[in-house]
Design a protein around this ligand. Structure first.
Ligand SMILES: NC(=O)c1ccc[n+]([C@@H]2O[C@H](COP(=O)([O-])OP(=O)(O)OC[C@H]3O[C@@H](n4cnc5c(N)ncnc54)[C@H](O)[C@@H]3O)[C@@H](O)[C@H]2O)c1
Length: 348
């Protein structure tokens, strides 16, 4: 899909620190030369409070129309009838691919150097397909069913290989537990081995999930692109974020299937941390996760030069303790950090 030079994108600022980090992110996008018209919509707790619905029809309509969104963190209203808005969006727009790139950033406290990993997680199947029930009327036992289909496996693994090719990456590692879960995980692994034959330019290997967890901690630099199922991806993607300084600097993209008849499918870009209720309104939130998600969004809509300017400037601001935010051991607040990123764009 090609986007216009000035696409309209749905903006969901989100709850808690969402509006603070969204404001900072929009300033930086504009400074980097990103040209986007924002269609502001509500979701989460803010939407429940204002219009009585955590996922209003107007928000869904905006996403349907524009097919691209930037989203801050959402609190799920507590109470009967409210399901997670993040899960609802994933289901509604069939956002099957969750993409979480992490890389070592100079200055951001971490035990590692040289980490540069993209984790591609299947987002709709597995133990999270929502098939669970009590086994007996007295509710003394329950079961959750992991659903793995060839269709779901194929599309996420093809996505991972295509991503690798597009981004000049050399290796795809498929993570599984097929030694024990021989049918479900075996299907995922077999599908991966078949698909890998179509990509002779990319090295393919597979690894059992427990060994992967250890290797990621011992030698993370051996990994390039990882593709895995929903549950393992959920856990390992937080692990990989931890290798480079935590969720505050971790971006994410959720990508949907192309609709019948063509088109690119919906794409939703979001920071992976939560609403940080303990620091709301204090002006100290770190907007890096959302800024880096916005850079992925700019790439997606064909504004790669602006995305590169953003990433380079974020690196400059994070490298200096006086301009880094406090959660990363720095001294700056949200305003000071944002100004430093904008200054760095100006100097580039
Ligand atoms: N993607 C999402 O929408 C998402 C993800 C996780 C949690 N949540 C929601 O967020 C709420 C709070 O969850 P939680 O407290 O478990 O996790 P959290 O990520 O909101 O906060 C954990 C800790 O990290 C800090 N933190 C998080 N993001 C930060 C940032 N950008 N800058 C500086 N510090 C930051 C917080 O201050 C807090 O001390 C819950 O309602 C939860 O459901 C939403």
């Amino acid at each position: 899909m090609t986007f216009s030079a000035r696409p309209t994108v749905t903006l969901i600022e989100g709850d808690g620190i969402g509006p603070e980090i969204a404001a900072a992110t929009l300033e930086v996008i504009a400074a980097a030369g990103g040209t986007i018209d924002w269609d502001r919509q509500l979701a989460g707790q803010t939407a429940a409070d204002k219009v009585g619905d955590p996922l209003p029809a107007a928000t869904v309509a905006s996403l349907t129309a524009h097919q691209v969104a930037l989203k801050g963190p959402l609190g799920t209203p507590i109470g009967a009838g409210f399901r997670s808005v993040n899960v609802a969006l994933r289901q509604q727009f069939d956002l099957y691919a969750n993409v979480r790139p992490v890389r070592t950033i100079a200055g951001v406290p971490s035990r590692y150097t040289g980490v540069d990993i993209v984790l591609v997680r299947e987002n709709t199947e597995d133990l999270y397909a929502g098939v669970e029930h009590y086994v007996d009327p007295r509710r003394t036992a329950a079961e959750s069913i992991a659903i793995i289909t060839r269709y779901g496996s194929e599309r996420i693994i093809v996505y991972a290989f295509e991503y690798a090719r597009r981004h000049g990456r050399k290796k795809v590692t498929l993570v599984h537990k097929a030694n024990i879960l021989k049918l479900s995980n075996g299907l995922f692994l077999d599908t991966g081995r078949e698909i890998a034959k179509r990509y002779p330019d990319i090295t393919f290997d597979d690894m059992i999930v427990d060994a992967t967890a250890m290797k990621l901690v011992v030698a993370p630099e051996r990994f390039d692109v990882i593709v895995t199922m929903n549950l393992f991806g959920d856990i390992l993607s937080d692990l990989t974020a931890g290798l480079v300084g935590g969720l505050g600097v971790a971006p994410a993209a959720n990508l949907g299937a192309a609709p019948e008849g063509g088109g690119a499918g919906c794409a939703l870009f979001e920071a992976v941390h939560g609403t940080a209720p303990d620091i709301v309104g204090k002006g100290i939130a770190n907007p890096t996760g959302l800024m880096l998600s916005a850079a992925m969004l700019l790439d997606h809509v064909g504004q790669g030069a602006a995305a590169a300017r953003m990433r380079a400037a974020i690196d400059v601001a994070l490298a200096d303790a006086t301009t880094r935010t406090r959660d990363l051991g720095g001294q700056a607040d949200t305003r000071g950090y944002t100004d430093a990123v904008i200054r760095a764009i100006g100097k580039a």
